[in-house]
Write a protein that binds this ligand. Structure first.
Ligand code: COA
Length: 187
């Protein structure tokens, strides 16, 4: 198994779009609605879609906050976990100017998702491992991640990458009010 992290490109886009068409979504919060939006954007402007996944300057329209207000878009980038085809998506976001994440952004620095038919083969673990040097290269000295308390496989992914638990939160608006765990990986 040779796993790489690929920068999204037009060459690789068809494999990614196929995963979306199979019903998978890179967005763990908005799910299918986000996948359908991405498919529309890919159909309308594939090059623009690919470029939008590398947004180190935080360009673009404001983002909807959990309290219903809008906030500025954070700098972010996405990478595709690849092993003889598309195996998952992993995203990094960070505070403007390399500073901490703002308080209103609750999801942490890194999010990932692997299509169901690719799970259980170490792709998320390997993808996170490969992304950490990139985070360090952008000046971060640690990353924060959140998982649902009921998501043991995601917790394993974080733990296997050196994550330690910093907080448990119950009853917040994040993840539909389920208990969430906050993790930190020192870089
Ligand atoms: C979480 C997710 C990314 C994991 O992807 P993956 O490629 O299958 O993960 P890996 O194969 O690298 O590792 C999964 C680990 O969880 C373990 N695991 C799986 N099911 C488990 C369970 N029910 N209880 C405990 N551990 C479990 C696996 O054994 C493996 O650990 P191991 O290598 O020590 O055996 C994937 O399930 C997913 O996309 N889920 C939906 C989106 C999501 O939850 N994203 C994370 C948001 S925080």
């Amino acid at each position: 198994m040779t796993v790489t992290l690929e920068t999204p490109s037009l060459d690789l886009l068809p494999d990614y779009a196929e995963a979306l068409r199979q019903g998978w979504s890179a967005d763990n919060v908005r799910g299918k609605a986000a996948a359908d939006e991405e498919l529309d954007r890919i159909a309308a402007d594939p090059e623009g879609f690919v470029q939008s996944l590398d947004n180190s300057d935080g360009d673009g329209p404001p983002v909807l906050r959990l309290d219903g207000s809008y906030g500025p878009r954070l700098p972010s980038l996405r990478r595709w976990i690849w092993d003889n085809g598309f195996c998952g998506s992993i995203g990094l976001r960070w505070g403007p100017g390399g500073g901490p994440l703002p308080d209103w952004f609750p999801y942490g620095h890194i999010g990932y998702a692997v299509p169901p038919w690719r799970r259980g083969r170490g792709y998320a673990t390997q993808g996170l491992k490969l992304l950490l040097p990139e985070a360090r290269g952008r000046g971060l000295d640690h990353v924060e991640l959140t998982t649902d308390a009921g998501n043991p496989s995601s917790q394993r992914v974080v733990i296997k990458n050196g994550g330690h638990l910093v907080a448990r939160e119950v009853g917040g608006t994040l993840h539909g009010g389920a208990e969430i765990l906050r993790w930190r990986i020192d870089l």
